[in-house]
Write a protein that binds this ligand. Structure first.
Ligand SMILES: NC(=O)c1ccc[n+]([C@@H]2O[C@H](COP(=O)([O-])OP(=O)(O)OC[C@H]3O[C@@H](n4cnc5c(N)ncnc54)[C@H](OP(=O)(O)O)[C@@H]3O)[C@@H](O)[C@H]2O)c1
Length: 240
């Protein structure tokens, strides 16, 4: 039986991944903070849970101190907050988002990497927001651009350890994180559908798993054009 560790397993994409991998015969170590949801998940066969705050170095170290060998790790936990008034830049918000989405990955990697088997897989949750600048996403977009660089660098450096590294770049997925958004989210998909894309992508060993393609390929196309084109399009979208 293969063993997978998933962070952010108490909600949205992470919870859907947890249930999908469990249903496909994996032993799942589900991580999160919400004890009530962790207790519910733990009732499923072959799921154990770990409760810790990924942004707290000591908690991460303690919770992940005695891990068994792992076939796969998906570092999915993350948060999103927007910079509503960039002229009065909220440095605390910026630090909070960068810490949860990027710095915390370093804490988790320190603990999980020694336990990933040769031939194993590591996946980091990025976002298609890192392809292009989006209004109010100074903190979120910067954190996910950092995740993208981190994943691509680890993919190079872990070749010798025979650990495959994938970057996951979803478009909009309906979860409690996006339920807070007050703007139109084109091509929004469900968390179960997102989990299917990720499962299939990881099975194929894809370096970058991005979905839905119609959305992510459009962003990738705009990213190839001069920045002035995207500035024109996005400011028109905002002013609509
Ligand atoms: N939804 C989208 O459209 C979308 C698009 C692109 C990328 N993503 C990325 O996908 C990942 C999952 O997002 P989601 O939409 O599924 O959001 P979600 O439903 O809000 O779930 C976020 C998960 O992260 C965990 N988490 C957050 N902060 C944590 C912390 N400090 N310590 C431990 N766990 C923490 C939460 O656990 P607790 O609730 O137990 O604290 C929860 O399980 C995030 O990295 C997000 O940036 C989402």
């Amino acid at each position: 039986m293969k063993r997978i560790l998933i962070t952010g397993a108490t909600s949205g994409i992470g919870k859907a991944l947890c249930e999908l991998y469990q249903s496909r015969g994996y032993e799942v170590i589900a991580c999160g903070r919400n004890q009530q949801v962790l207790d519910e998940i733990a009732r499923l066969e072959n799921i154990s849970t770990l409760s810790f705050d990924i942004s707290d170095k000591q908690q991460v170290k303690q919770a992940l101190a005695a891990l068994p060998d792992l076939d796969m790790v998906i570092l999915n936990a993350g948060s999103c907050e927007y910079i509503d008034d960039p002229k009065n830049f909220d440095g605390d918000l910026f630090a909070r988002v960068i810490t949860t989405n990027l710095i915390a990955l370093g804490y988790c990697l320190q603990s999980v990497l020694p336990n990933i088997k040769r031939g194993g897989q590591l996946a980091l949750m990025g976002s298609s927001a890192s392809y292009l600048p989006f209004a109010r996403a100074e903190a979120y977009g910067a954190s996910k651009a950092g995740v993208a660089y981190l994943a691509k660098t680890l993919a190079l450096d872990l070749i010798k350890d025979e650990i495959d590294v994938s970057l996951i770049n979803p478009g909009f997925v309906k979860t409690p994180l996006t339920d807070k958004n007050d703007f139109a989210m084109p091509m929004l998909i469900g968390a179960d559908q997102a989990a299917q894309y990720i499962f299939k992508g990881l099975k194929k060993g894809k370096k970058e798993i991005h979905f839905p393609a119609a959305f992510t390929l459009t962003l990738k196309f705009f990213a190839l054009l001069p920045q002035s084109v995207w500035t024109f399009v996005s400011t028109r979208m905002i002013n609509k």
